[in-house]
Unconditional design. Structure first.
Length: 312
């Protein structure tokens, strides 16, 4: 069987064309070097070197084998380098899940940051709602998700990567659009509202219900997606509570209003908050070197407050 030591021995002799200098270069004596070459020639089944007492030269087979030897040794060195990079988490393929709304303000800057900080990692994107991301991570189809809570903390570890305000999307000709102040829950009394499906869009359903607890809006529709809610607002079918990044959808005929919940300052004044969270989630206990590097890169980013913060 051919060994790498035999190939390296042959390359040294082929380059030096002298057994003595090749043995010195390899830090060995001539007899074992000669045996290595003889074993290699028997394995290959061809004479690779012509040698006598005065000179060493390559045969035609030897010249061809030398070229292949260079390629083989380069491949071995490259394989070792790849293995070391994988072990450090500096290379690999990240299968990343994301929700449609997370793509508005977070996904682009996040991918740019990963390209800058971890250029050896390829990212394959999978657009899925949170429940589908969780199932994909469980089955090993995804490495990391950008998802909304809640999710099973026994199965998943998580880290908040972005917080933003909840705001109201209202038709531009709606009376609420003309108010020169943030809106409170009371402003939605008997107002038609586009709400969210309590199963498929549980997170935004619960945020909306929590904000409107003491109001009595008229729920006109229940939808699954933020974009659908904004499109219905533009069509004049009602108002909706949406994340602030929904502004970046660019839907016409929609005005966005800040919300205040009255739960803030010691003097009792109302103030807006940032209750809408986006989490990075991954399988508990399944943190590969690559994933550790990705999470460290995300932790170094400034993702708090508004989509513009992502570029700082």
């Amino acid at each position: 069987m051919m060994t790498l030591d035999q190939v390296r021995a042959f390359v040294a002799v082929a380059e030096e064309l002298h057994f003595g200098r090749a043995a010195e270069r390899l830090r060995m004596t001539q007899p074992p070097l000669s045996r290595q070459i003889q074993k290699l020639e028997r394995t290959v089944g061809a004479t690779l070197l012509d040698r006598d007492n005065r000179r060493v030269s390559l045969t035609e087979a030897g010249r061809a084998f030398l070229n292949e030897s260079y390629r083989l040794l380069a491949l071995v060195d490259s394989a070792g380098d790849v293995a070391r990079r994988v072990d450090r988490g500096a290379t690999g393929t990240l299968r990343l899940g994301f929700t449609a709304v997370s793509a508005i303000g977070v996904l682009g800057p996040l991918l740019a940051e990963l390209d800058r900080g971890l250029p050896g990692i390829d990212v394959i994107l999978h657009e899925r709602v949170t429940a589908a991301q969780a199932e994909g991570i469980r089955r090993g189809e995804l490495d990391l998700g950008l998802a909304r809570p809640p999710f099973d903390t026994q199965d998943f570890e998580s880290r908040v990567v972005f917080r933003e305000a909840l705001c109201a999307a209202v038709p531009v000709d709606h009376p609420l659009a003309t108010l020169d102040r943030p809106l409170t829950a009371g402003d939605f009394e008997r107002v038609p509202v586009i709400s969210y499906n309590p199963v498929q869009s549980r997170y935004f359903h619960e945020l909306s219900v929590r904000f409107l607890t003491n109001a009595h809006p008229r729920v006109e529709q229940e939808v699954h997606q933020i974009l659908t809610a904004v499109l219905l607002v533009a069509a004049g079918r009602g108002c909706a509570l949406v994340p602030a990044s929904a502004r970046m959808l660019g839907v016409r005929d929609v005005a966005y209003k800040e919300l205040v919940d009255g739960g803030g300052d010691p003097d009792g004044s109302e103030r807006p908050g940032h209750p809408v969270e986006l989490h990075a989630i991954w399988a508990r206990g399944r943190r590969s070197p690559m994933l550790r590097q990705v999470l460290a890169q995300i932790a170094r980013m400034s993702l708090e407050g508004s989509p513009s913060a992502l570029t700082r």
